[in-house]
Ligand binder design. Sequence first.
Ligand code: ZN
Length: 224
Amino acid sequence: MNRDRALVIFSGGQDSTTCLYWAKKHFRQVWALTFIYGQKHITEVAHAQKIAENAGVVWDKMDASFISTLSQNALTDPSVKMDKEKPADTPPNTFVPGRNMFFISMAAVYARERGIYDLVTGVSQTDFSGYPDCRDSFIKSMNLTLNMAMDEQFVIHTPLMWMDKCETWGLADELGVMDVIANDTVTCYNGIPGDGCGECPACKLRRRGLEKYLDLKIRKNTYG
Ligand code: ZN
């Protein structure tokens, strides 16, 4: 079985772009697959394509817009106003039920057709935003399901699973792509690249992580 190629589930955000460069370091050939799932900010897809092309990997997109017709949420429905803060005991309304389950299943079938059995996704349990499909237990369960569904030996890689946003910036720095992440990626729920709108929960999380990382780095360089 060919294990020198990997497919990254790729939105063009901070996390999946860091994963893209992580995959480039660990695999000889890398594919980046972007899903169109009815996201409000379709410009994200163009950003994703540009980042992938600059990274020199194969880029492809796949229609998964049925996902937005299944449930109502703030990422795909313009009439739903986004939660400013995370609610205490339910997932935030930016949660798209089933999204990662569909993405990973579809990506696995797409990958199998190309002789790829290593999948990479940027989910993280550490900065747990209340999304059940970002947890390690879900990924392990999904991995088993894929292998049983297709009688294959897929491996789902989650390089960011136990990293917080600060450590994710650290990994980007280690991979030499801080600038790409800072300038080209779209993490913002309002679809604004780079620093984003500065107001939405994704922007706040990203900025806090960067500030913490830069602060640690300055201290390290100053005091050794
Ligand atoms: Zn934002």
